[in-house]
Design a protein around this ligand. Structure first.
Ligand code: SF4
Length: 374
């Protein structure tokens, strides 16, 4: 059998540590811990798959403290599939503003319309149907199926990977194909099928609060006597990772253009970061450019030639905005123009006081705050 080697390793690790080989014991201990330590969160009091879906998508790449407010506002504004499906996309993006990873908001909107069309607005309960929804991967499908219907699908998120990696001191790298199989197998094997929902929630919460990335609370951990990573003396070594993410640096030069009481925005539509969001006219360069050099570029001339422009202040010197695979180094200049040229006609001209209506990235939000401060 494919996993006989891994099973043997777990068994021998348990034997070395004199632990009885009952697969569900860890789950019972973690569930007992969960009952007394869990945070009271609104999506835990429900079996409504719509609310669970929304919470799971919001919480991807987002801390609970930050996601909570977004969740409450989202559910208030879009309480069900139908209200989300029928809303303009820009309303959804506006509500999402500041949360990042905007493709999640676009997928939620599109998926709500799909749910209306294919499932008549009723959230499907079959795992394959849930998995067929856009933006719903294995992890989210398992979370919805197990939290809403107690179906036996193991949730494997970053918290679960960390707990399992440490508990069994797994040497296989978590980002290899073999590692993914191994972790999934283990996660499924350790889950009592009749308690899938509470087991999954408990294990995730345990990873978030007890077995944390940098400071696991091993001294008070109910699993400490079974934890092979702890026994090794260095639980932080787990889970083992193979690849480091390659980070790209990007250099954005924004222009807050003042034309009387108006300004200009542009909606990002390429398959790039912040798709669908609005921003100021932008010149992206391959390295940092000072203003003198920027003025020599064809892009600058196209933007401002014939406008009688004068760059009169820099709003944001260098703002470092870190995304998952990119670091955006941004500057923003305030530019006063006398008249519009052909280059600016491609932008959306709006009254400056209407700027807050538009969905924008966190970076642009920060720049707007600086402009408003004065
Ligand atoms: S003993 Fe420490 S490393 Fe092991 S599961 Fe508990 S908190 Fe995590």
């Amino acid at each position: 059998m494919q996993y006989s080697c891994e099973i043997h390793n777990f068994a021998s690790q348990r034997q070395e540590m004199n632990i009885e080989n009952n697969v569900f014991e860890e789950s019972q201990l973690v569930q007992a811990w969960y009952l007394t330590n869990k945070r009271e969160l609104p999506w835990r009091d429900t079996t409504d798959p719509y609310r669970i879906w929304i919470s799971e998508i919001i919480l991807q790449q987002t801390r609970v403290a930050q996601g909570l407010d977004y969740y409450l506002r989202f559910i208030e504004r879009f309480p069900d599939i139908r209200s989300l499906a029928n809303a303009p996309l820009e309303d959804v993006l506006k509500l999402w503003q500041g949360l990042g990873y905007y493709s999640r908001a676009r997928n939620l909107h599109e998926t709500a319309q799909d749910l209306l069309k294919r499932f008549n607005g009723v959230f499907p309960s079959a795992y394959e149907d849930i998995r067929s929804l856009k933006g719903v991967g294995e992890y989210t499908a398992a979370a919805i199926a197990s939290f809403a219907w107690n179906k036996p699908f193991a949730v494997v998120d970053g918290n679960v990977l960390r707990v399992l990696g440490r508990l069994f001191a797994i040497e296989t790298s978590v980002d290899s194909a073999k590692g993914k199989h191994e972790y999934r197998y283990l996660a499924t094997r350790l889950m009592p099928p009749e308690q899938a929902g509470v087991h999954n929630q408990a294990l995730m919460e345990f990873g978030a609060l007890q077995c944390t990335p940098r400071n696991p609370c091993c001294q008070t951990c109910p699993l400490v006597n079974r934890c092979v990573g702890y026994a090794s003396g260095n639980p932080l070594r787990f889970p083992v990772k193979q690849h480091k993410t390659k980070i790209t640096n990007r250099y954005f030069n924004y222009f807050f253009v003042v034309c009387g009481t108006d300004t200009y925005l542009h909606q990002r539509n390429d398959n790039d970061i912040w798709k669908g969001l609005f921003e100021f006219p932008l010149i992206e360069t391959d390295k940092p450019y000072d203003l003198a050099r920027l003025k020599q570029t064809a892009a600058f001339k196209k933007l401002f030639q014939g406008t009688g422009q004068s760059v009169f202040s820099i709003i944001e010197k260098v703002y470092r905005h870190v995304l998952s695979h990119q670091i955006v180094h941004a500057k923003c200049y305030m530019v006063d123009i006398q008249k519009e040229n052909a280059g600016l006609k491609h932008f959306v001209r709006i009254p400056r006081k209407a700027i807050d209506i538009y969905p924008v990235s966190k970076l642009i939000m920060n720049i707007i705050s600086k402009i408003e401060e004065g």
